[in-house]
Design a protein around this ligand. Structure first.
Ligand SMILES: Cc1ncc(COP(=O)(O)O)c(C=O)c1O
Length: 366
C-alpha cells in the first residue's frame, strides 16, 4: 500500500554537517574540529550563558508565545516596531512559515540552483513548485532570475551572502531588481551571514521593508553563537508579518532561546571578537590556500568554498580521518568542491596542514 505522498518519495533529505561526537565515535578520535556548519568557533557569549542559567529555573512554564522582550529588543536594535518581527525556531522554520503563508497551490517559487538547499526541500515538502536559475560566476544571476518571473511567481529566495559560495549581490543590483518586480511577488532576502560582511556596497535591506514586498531573514545561529538553541527572525511590514504570526506554531521559540538572544544582542564585545577572528582567519586561509594546488572563491561570509580539483567526497573522508569535519559539496552539484568554515587560529592551522597532506597524497597516487 502506498502510504506516503508520491511527490515526497524521491525527495533528497537535507544532509547536515557531521557532528563532533559522531565523528569521535566512528573514527575513535579524541580531537575533532568541526568546520562544517558555519557556527561560531569562539563558543557562546558569556552574557547569553548567564541569561540561560537564570531562565532555566522557569522552564516548567510555557515560553512567552509573543516573545515580548526579544521583539522589543529587536525593535530597538533596528529602529522599528515589534510588529515588524516574526521569530522562528531557526530561520529554517521561517522559510517554511513564509511558504505556507504566501504561496498558493498554483503559484511558484524562484531561487538560484546553487544556494541554501532548504529553499528547495521546504518548497517540495509543502507541495510547491520551485524553479532554480544557474549562478553566474558563483553569484546569484538577478538578470536571469528576473526573466523567469511571470504572473505565477509568488516568492523569490535570495541568500545574501550566498551559501555555499560566500558571494553577494550589491545594493544597487538588488534594489534595481526589487523595483523591477511585479506587485504580486515577495522577495525573501536571507541574510544569515550579514554580520561578517566586510564590504561597503552590501545592501541595508531592512531600510526597504516599509515600501517593498520584501522579507529579510536573519539568525542567531552564526555570529551570535546560538545555533543549538534555534533562533531566527524575519523583518517585514505588518501587512506581511501579521499573517506569518497566524501560521507559526504558538510556542516555536523556547524560553531559553528568548532569554539568550536578548543577552547575545547586548554582548558587543563577543560580537566584535567574532568578527575580528573571522577577518584574521580569512586572511590566513587565503594566504595558505594560495600555496596549495587548489582554488577558492573569495567570500564575504564566515566560510570559504574551495575547489580541490579532486573528488570532494574523497577529500572530505580523508580530512575526517585527520579529525577535520568540512562539508563536501556533492549535494550542491559541485563535485570537486568543499566548504570550510573559518575557525579559530588553531582550527584553521590544523585544517590547512591536513588539507595539504590530503592533496599531496592524492597527487602522488594519481
Ligand atoms: C543561507 C542560510 N539561511 C538560513 C540558514 C539556517 O539558519 P538557522 O540556523 O537560523 O535555521 C542557514 C544555515 O546554514 C543558511 O546558510
Amino acid at each position: 500500500m502506498n502510504l506516503v505522498r508520491r511527490d515526497l518519495k524521491n525527495l533528497a533529505a537535507y544532509i547536515a554537517g557531521k557532528p563532533i561526537p559522531e565523528t569521535q565515535r566512528e573514527l575513535g578520535l579524541e580531537k575533532v574540529y568541526k568546520l562544517a556548519s558555519n557556527e561560531n568557533p569562539l563558543g557562546v557569549s558569556p552574557k547569553a550563558i548567564k541569561a540561560i542559567q537564570k531562565a532555566l529555573r522557569e522552564i516548567n512554564r510555557y515560553p512567552d508565545s509573543q516573545s515580548f522582550y526579544l521583539k522589543r529588543r529587536l525593535a530597538q536594535e533596528f529602529k522599528l516596531s515589534p510588529n515588524n518581527f516574526v521569530l522562528g525556531n531557526g530561520s529554517d522554520e521561517l522559510i517554511d512559515v513564509i511558504i505556507k503563508t504566501f504561496v498558493e497551490n498554483n503559484e511558484t517559487i524562484l531561487t538560484a540552483n546553487t544556494t541554501f538547499l532548504e529553499y528547495r526541500i521546504i518548497s517540495k515538502v509543502n507541495g510547491r513548485r520551485i524553479h532554480e536559475v544557474p549562478l553566474k560566476d558563483f553569484t546569484y544571476d538577478l538578470e536571469k532570475i528576473r526573466k523567469r518571473v511571470n504572473n505565477k511567481t509568488k516568492l523569490i529566495f535570495i541568500a545574501n551572502p550566498n551559501n555555499p559560495t560566500g558571494t553577494y549581490v550589491n545594493k544597487k543590483e538588488l534594489i534595481n531588481f526589487i523595483k523591477s518586480l511585479p506587485a504580486h511577488t515577495i522577495t525573501v532576502l536571507d541574510e544569515a551571514y550579514d554580520t561578517f560582511i566586510d564590504v561597503n556596497d552590501f545592501p541595508k535591506s531592512v531600510e526597504w521593508i516599509r515600501n517593498k514586498n520584501i522579507i529579510v531573514l536573519k539568525t542567531f545561529s552564526k555570529a551570535f553563537g546560538l545555533a543549538g538553541l534555534r533562533i531566527g527572525f524575519a523583518v517585514a511590514k505588518p501587512e506581511l508579518t501579521q499573517y506569518m504570526e497566524k501560521v507559526r506554531q504558538p510556542f516555536n521559540l523556547n524560553s531559553l532561546a528568548q532569554a539568550a538572544s536578548v543577552s547575545a544582542l547586548d554582548d558587543r564585545i563577543f560580537l566584535s571578537k567574532t568578527k575580528k577572528n573571522n577577518l584574521t582567519g580569512k586572511k590566513y586561509l587565503y594566504r595558505e590556500l594560495a600555496k596549495i594546488p587548489v582554488t577558492y572563491i573569495p567570500s564575504v561570509a564566515n566560510f570559504i568554498l574551495v575547489d580541490t580539483r579532486l573528488d570532494c567526497f574523497l577529500v572530505f573522508k580523508q580530512l575526517l580521518k585527520k579529525g577535520i569535519i568540512v562539508r563536501d559539496m556533492k549535494q550542491y552539484g559541485l563535485d570537486t568542491f568543499i566548504r570550510v568554515t573559518i575557525g579559530t587560529g588553531e582550527e584553521n592551522k590544523s585544517f590547512i596542514s591536513a588539507l595539504k597532506e590530503v592533496i599531496m597524497n592524492q597527487k602522488r597516487i594519481n
